[in-house]
Design a protein around this ligand. Structure first.
Ligand code: DHB
Ligand code: FE
Length: 280
């Protein structure tokens, strides 16, 4: 049987990927952020998953406003880094796990989550930056990846509560797969940030800290946050945090916080990372 053993939440700020790609991680601006990633990378290398389900959002790279699926699962053998206007990032191709991905698609749809199925999907910074944060700069990503994209760009995005329940359904789906696989799930995006308008640059450390605390303390409260609360407290892009609730829903009720890192600023945002392990 396959099993989800742990989760990792992380921001996906494109400038973090650019700092790595352009060898800037040791500059005074970036060093304090990257210093905090070492422990998470060591944890992931030791955990050594076979497959990572990366819950992320597309930023008008694979999908445009012509087609806005709420939840999409990538079932392809590989996913190319997207060209976001500066050429694709020079990072390894993302290798999929079609057999597990199709099993998830079938199980989730029969469990009444209407997934869109992607046979082809270029993956933008929403997915590649978390891989870089978690793995550094390897020749090839050290595990297979199942991309699960969530619409958080065009209102109405799904509620945090629905995302949490999708996480639960993902857990059931993984546990009904016939092969022994060690699975980790990433929730990506956030933390508080707003990229445009009068409040551009908004960061709310108190909100972010309470969100990180809630991952182990009071998930119920987090699943009840409304879209308006995200908008008001965490800025227009803070809604990306609903994707962390899919990750949290896929874990056991009782989880242990293994590690966290929180740093301001990373570009216009607060960058957060948390590692959670199921309690045996
Ligand atoms: C930026 C873009 C993002 O998608 C994000 O989640 C955070 C920051 C940016 O352009 O700075
Ligand atoms: Fe984003």
């Amino acid at each position: 049987m396959a099993k989800i053993i742990a989760g990792l939440g992380t921001s996906h700020v494109p400038a973090i990927g650019a700092a790595m790609d352009h060898d800037k991680t040791q500059t005074p601006y970036w060093k304090p952020l990257f210093d905090g990633y070492g422990a998470a990378r060591e944890w992931l290398a030791e955990t050594n998953p076979d497959v990572v389900i990366v819950v992320f959002n597309d930023h008008a790279s694979a999908f445009s406003l012509e087609l806005i699926p709420t939840f999409t699962i990538g079932v392809a053998p590989e996913f190319q880094p997207a060209d976001e206007g500066y050429g694709p990032r020079q990072v390894p191709v993302v290798e999929g796990h079609p057999r597990l991905a199709w099993h998830l698609a079938e199980s989730l749809i029969l469990d009444e989550f209407d997934m869109t199925i992607a046979n082809e999907m270029p993956v933008d910074h929403g997915l590649t930056v978390p891989l870089s944060i978690a793995c550094g700069q390897p020749e090839a990503w050290p595990f297979k990846v199942i991309p699960l994209a969530v619409n958080v760009v065009q209102y109405p995005p799904p509620t945090g509560h629905r995302c949490f329940n999708l996480g639960r359904a993902i857990r059931r789906a993984v546990e009904s797969f016939d092969e022994d696989l060690k699975v980790v799930i990433f929730g990506t995006g956030g933390m508080s940030h707003q990229l445009q308008g009068e409040r551009a640059g908004l960061v709310n450390k108190a909100f972010d800290t309470a969100f990180l605390d809630g991952m182990t303390g009071d998930v119920d409260r987090l699943t009840k946050l409304s879209h308006t609360e995200y908008l008001r407290e965490a800025g227009s892009e803070g809604i990306e945090l609903v994707m962390w609730l899919i990750m949290r829903g896929a874990l056991a009720d009782d989880v242990k916080e293994v590690y966290r890192h929180y740093h301001i600023p990373a570009s216009n945002t607060a960058a957060g990372l948390i590692v959670l392990e199921n309690q045996p």
